[in-house]
Every structure is written in structure tokens, then in C-alpha cells.
Design a protein around this ligand. Structure first.
Ligand SMILES: Cc1cc2nc3c(=O)[nH]c(=O)nc-3n(C[C@H](O)[C@H](O)[C@H](O)COP(=O)(O)OP(=O)(O)OC[C@H]3O[C@@H](n4cnc5c(N)ncnc54)[C@H](O)[C@@H]3O)c2cc1C
Ligand code: FES
Ligand code: FES
Length: 485
């Protein structure tokens, strides 16, 4: 049984199909058609809803945290213990919510199909901002919402009106009541949602997760679901047993030590952002270009590694940084360099019943320069054609340490060993650079696909290394992460 708040109303669900998405739940189970289905794959934002969760600050004070998510990629079981707000919940006592009013006033809707998704993204933006200080916040909040009619300018105007005007609403008025309701339903033990022969198990501790996964090694681990849900919605492959890691407290921790950061595998990309950006600004820039805000609110670092995609954005960066994975199986733990985790296309070193508990990243050091670059067709909400990460220690003009990693160039994200060998011990100058660029052709034989041709990929990989070199010589050139196909 799972329980959650549908706006302010408690829902206890005993027998829902665990493969049901929140979008299907709203539209087909509750007959609330306000939330729209556009692509069913996380690309259009028409299905955006907002999920409220209890949040404790450093002093233990409880508040509500609202995040926009794509309901088409979210399994209903993950709502356990949370609050779901859909577009139907915004109108109150016959009055439009201020974000809906702003969309009307600014003519932000024409055909209207995308509008509920925009409204929900604006609602989350309003809840998470104290007024818009620059256009960037609205762009970031709306980058995961597509509209083919209005041309965005009126929608951005609506964002400004909604976030800068007087904006107390029924959610603010009911805040303490909602906190009390969520505290009352906070999970205290492993829950399960099942129907027929399908199950989703929801453990709360790492030992319960380890035990469950050992006894159900055929289960699929579910984190944000932004990859996994596509198996059901796009490929129509049912998932008979899932184990949700998103409620496992230990895997949601971010810890800073003198020599390392430890990030739990179930930490969302949104939550990891500020820590990674503070340590490695390029990591932060890359995360801003990772999918959309809705996907980053759901997707996790562990899921990005766990899916072992050759075009996953974080693995090349983590490989270049020398990150390690802590893997857990039953009561046993082992630490593995992330570069050894990826073995072949979607094949990893993970054993049966083993999962990623956390990612350990060395702290930034003065002696090393770390840069990352993503090449994709669009700036926002697009997957890389090529992703490059460079981590070099140059001493007295000589390269004394080099970690170079690429995504999109092979069946796995991997180090460019021949390129590194060409750099190591050599002077950091144009002829070394050209030798290292040529060596990339030994490291990689990329494929052509709809994202890029093999020739384009190799040339981009080489040009990104050249770009890195030029930026080192002329540090005022700040055109780092953005590049286009
Ligand atoms: C529209 C769209 C845009 C996207 N854009 C990008 C992008 O720009 N860059 C990019 O890199 N990716 C992108 N993705 C892919 C996806 O969002 C990321 O890979 C995300 O990080 C996956 O995390 P998740 O928590 O949602 O994983 P899930 O979908 O929950 O899981 C993914 C896989 O990892 C496994 N897994 C989950 N947790 C663990 C664990 N702790 N240990 C072991 N295995 C685990 C799961 O079993 C599953 O096989 C995009 C996806 C969509 C739908
Ligand atoms: S329906 Fe397009 S993102 Fe969900
Ligand atoms: S108003 Fe028609 S797609 Fe946005």
C-alpha cells in the first residue's frame, strides 16, 4: 500500500499497477485530464506536475519543497509519502491562480495543449524563487516545456508577472496543515505497491535495500525513472519487480570531507548541482545543460551511471576526475574506480544483487585544471553527441598528470589512453597538442548515428582538446561548455 496527498486529500492506494505512471494515474484512474500527454518520453513538458516533499534545514526546521517533474516518466509508487499537485489544484474558490492569471494576461496560451505544463513549471518557479532577478531563472524553469504556438515571449512575460507580483496562495495558507499531514504519513517501514504479479518495493534503509535486492536479484532498481520508465512507456516492456531507491535515506546524503565529496547514488541532479558547481564550475555548467529542470529534479547521479549509456553526461566528467563508486551487495561493500565500472555497451562490473551506494569524488586541487565540454544539437534538453572532460596537472610547462575522458565516442564512456600518453611528460605546447589530437584516432572509432557522423565526432573530440588548450593560453576566453553541432 502507498499513501500520499493529492493536493490536500489523503490517497491510500492498495492495488495499482506499479508500472502505472503518474500521468496515467491522473488521466485514466482519477479522470483528471488537465495534465496532458505530448511525447510520453520527457521531451515536451506537457505532462508537468509538481511534487511537494518535506524538507528539513540544518536547524531541523520543516518546510515544503516543491519540484516540477514529468508525470509521464514517474511511476505512481514514487509518490509514497509526498504531495502531488496537478493543474486542476491551482484554481481556488473560483479564482485562477496567479500563474494562470499571468498566462491569460500575457497571452501565453494559444492552442492550449502545452499550457497546463507551462503553468505547472511556472508554479514551481514561483514557489522556488523570491522574484526573478534575471531572465535566466525563467529560461531554466521552462527549458523542458515546448510550445509550438505562442513563441515563448508571452510565456516569459507571464513568468515575470507571476514571480514578481504579490503571490500568496492557498498552498502558503495551508502550509502548516500540509506539513502536519505529510509528517503523519511519513513512511516508517518498507512499503510495497503490487497488482497481479507486478511489485514495487520501497525500502527506507540501505540494509533493507541490500537485503531486498539480494533476495530479488531480477528486480530493476528504480531511482528517478527518467531512463527506466521509458522501457514501459516507449518499448512496452513491463517491469515485473522494481525496488525504489529514492526513499533510502543514506543514499540521499551529500557529504564533504577534506579530500573528497561523497554523493549518495539517489541524490537528484538538482540537489547535487550546487555542491558540484562549487567544487568544479564546469560540472555545474554541464548539469545546467543536462536534460531539463523536470528531468534533473527526478534523475539521479546513480541512475546516470547505472544506465551505462555511452552518451551519459556525467560519466566522462567523473572518469576524468578519478571518481570511485562504492558498491554494496548484502553486507559487503567494495570500491571501484568508475572507469572500471563500464565494461562494454550497457555491460557493467556490477554483480547480481549489487548496487551503487555512493559516488566518491576527489576535492578540487590548485594544481589541476578541470574542464568539461558538451556538444549537442540544442543548448537545452538535448543529449550529447560528444562530451569531453580534461583534468590536467601542468608543472613548469610540462604535463605531469593527464586524465582525458570522452562520452559519445565508443560503446562506453572511457579514458583516452593514447591521447593521455601523448601528453604525459611532454611540454604543454601546440606540437604536443597536435600529437595528442592525432592520438585520439587511436583511442576511438566512433559510430555515425542521428546525433552525429563518425567523422564529426572525431573532429569534435579533437577540436574540444584544441579549445581547451586555447582557453588555457587565453583564460579570458570564456566560451567553455557551449558548443553546437
Ligand atoms: C528527455 C530526456 C532528456 C535526457 N537528457 C539527458 C542528458 O542531457 N544527459 C544525460 O546524461 N542523460 C539524459 N537523459 C537520461 C536520464 O535522464 C539520465 O540518465 C538520468 O541521470 C537517469 O537517472 P534516473 O535516476 O532517472 O535513473 P533511472 O531511470 O531510475 O535508472 C536508470 C538505470 O540505472 C539503474 N540504477 C538506478 N539507480 C541505481 C543504483 N543506485 N545502482 C545501480 N543501478 C542503478 C536502473 O536500474 C536503470 O537501469 C535524458 C532522459 C530524458 C527522458
Ligand atoms: S508527455 Fe512530453 S514530457 Fe511528458
Ligand atoms: S499554446 Fe499551442 S503548443 Fe503551446
Amino acid at each position: 500500500m502507498i499513501q500520499f496527498l493529492l493536493n490536500q486529500t489523503l490517497r491510500c492506494e492498495h492495488a495499482l499497477d506499479p508500472n502505472m505512471t503518474v500521468l496515467e494515474y491522473l488521466r485514466e484512474h482519477l479522470h483528471k485530464p488537465g495534465t496532458k500527454e505530448g511525447c510520453a518520453s520527457g521531451d515536451c513538458g506537457a505532462c508537468t506536475v509538481v511534487v511537494g516533499e518535506l524538507h528539513s534545514d540544518d536547524t531541523g526546521t520543516r518546510s515544503l519543497r516543491y519540484r516540477s517533474i514529468n508525470s509521464c516518466l514517474t511511476f505512481v509508487s514514487t509518490l509514497h509519502g509526498k504531495q502531488l499537485i496537478s493543474v486542476e489544484d491551482l484554481k481556488h474558490q473560483g479564482q485562477l491562480h496567479s500563474v494562470q492569471r499571468a498566462m491569460v494576461d500575457c497571452h501565453g496560451s494559444q492552442c492550449g495543449f502545452c499550457t497546463p505544463g507551462f503553468v505547472m513549471s511556472l508554479f514551481a518557479l514561483q514557489k522556488n524563487s523570491t522574484g526573478l532577478h534575471d531572465g535566466h531563472q525563467a529560461h531554466e524553469a521552462l527549458a523542458g516545456n515546448l510550445c509550438r504556438c505562442t513563441g515563448y515571449r508571452p510565456i516569459l512575460a507571464a513568468a515575470e508577472q507571476a514571480c514578481n507580483a504579490e503571490r500568496g496562495d492557498q498552498f502558503d495558507a495551508q502550509q502548516s496543515q500540509t506539513i502536519a499531514q505529510l509528517e503523519a504519513i511519513a513512511p516508517t517501514q518498507t512499503a510495497e505497491l503490487n497488482s497481479g504479479d507486478k511489485r514495487c518495493l520501497l525500502p527506507l534503509t540501505i540494509s533493507d535495500l541490500a537485503q531486498l535486492y539480494e533476495s530479488h536479484p531480477q528486480a530493476r532498481l528504480l531511482a528517478g525513472g527518467t531512463d527506466l520508465a521509458l522501457e514501459v512507456t516507449q518499448f512496452h516492456r513491463p517491469l515485473p519487480v522494481m525496488i525504489y531507491v529514492g526513499n533510502v535515506a543514506e543514499m540521499k546524503l551529500i557529504e564533504r570531507f577534506e579530500d573528497r565529496l561523497e554523493i549518495g547514488a539517489a541524490v537528484s541532479l538538482t540537489d547535487a548541482y550546487s555542491t558540484l558547481k562549487a567544487e568544479y564550475p564546469d560540472f555545474g555548467e554541464l548539469l545546467q545543460r543536462f536534460a531539463s529542470l523536470q528531468i534533473r529534479n527526478q534523475g539521479t547521479l546513480g541512475g546516470n551511471i547505472g544506465n551505462a549509456s555511452p552518451i551519459g553526461d556525467t560519466p566522462p566528467l567523473l572518469i576524468a576526475l578519478g571518481a570511485q563508486l562504492v558498491l554494496c551487495k548484502g553486507e559487503a561493500r567494495r570500491t571501484l574506480a568508475i572507469e572500471d565500472y563500464f565494461i562494454d555497451y550497457r555491460v557493467t562490473a556490477r554483480q547480481e544483487g549489487e548496487f551503487i551506494e555512493k559516488i566518491v569524488i576527489p576535492r578540487a586541487s590548485q594544481s589541476h585544471t578541470f574542464r568539461a565540454y558538451k556538444v549537442s544539437k540544442r543548448l537545452d534538453d538535448d543529449i550529447s553527441a560528444v562530451c569531453a572532460a580534461f583534468n590536467l596537472h601542468i608543472d613548469n610547462g610540462l604535463v605531469v598528470e593527464a586524465r582525458v575522458a570522452y562520452g559519445g565516442m565508443a560503446a562506453i564512456s572511457k579514458r583516452a589512453k593514447a591521447c593521455e600518453d601523448a601528453l604525459l611528460g611532454a611540454p604543454w605546447n601546440p606540437s604536443t597538442l597536435e600529437r595528442a589530437c592525432a592520438a585520439l584516432a587511436e583511442d576511438f572509432t566512433p559510430l555515425s548515428d542521428f546525433r552525429a557522423s563518425k567523422e564529426y565526432r572525431l573532429l569534435s573530440a579533437q577540436n574540444l582538446l584544441r579549445k581547451f588548450f586555447i582557453e588555457q593560453q587565453t583564460p579570458h576566453l570564456e566560451t567553455r561548455v557551449t558548443a553546437y553541432v
